[in-house]
Design a protein. Structure first.
Length: 96
């Protein structure tokens, strides 16, 4: 499929972009999520400055990303340890 020309509205500004048809839905969802987070911070903290709101959304997003990456790393370490233990058990059973 070819590229689509779309506009994403974030913080009362339109951002034109070209995306593949496969990406369009996730790109639009990301734009909606950014606007929702901006609305949350505006209502929660009474902040009206768009730049401050975008900075808070960016900061929050990065913190969430870092947390997710840590969780994935911890999960992968746990899986590796369990696989190693299973390998030891199987190797021991096969050598008997």
């Amino acid at each position: 499929m070819g590229e689509l020309s779309i506009k994403i509205r974030i913080g009362d500004r339109d951002y034109p972009m070209k995306v593949s048809a496969d990406e369009e839905e996730s790109i639009r969802l990301a734009g909606r999520m950014i606007n929702e987070r901006m609305k949350y911070y505006r209502e929660q903290f009474g902040i009206d400055d768009k730049q401050d709101l975008l900075a808070m959304v960016a900061f929050d997003s990065l913190v969430q990303k870092m947390k997710s990456e840590t969780e994935v790393t911890d999960f992968n370490k746990s899986i590796d340890q369990k696989l190693s233990n299973l390998d030891e058990i199987l190797s021991s059973a096969l050598s008997d």
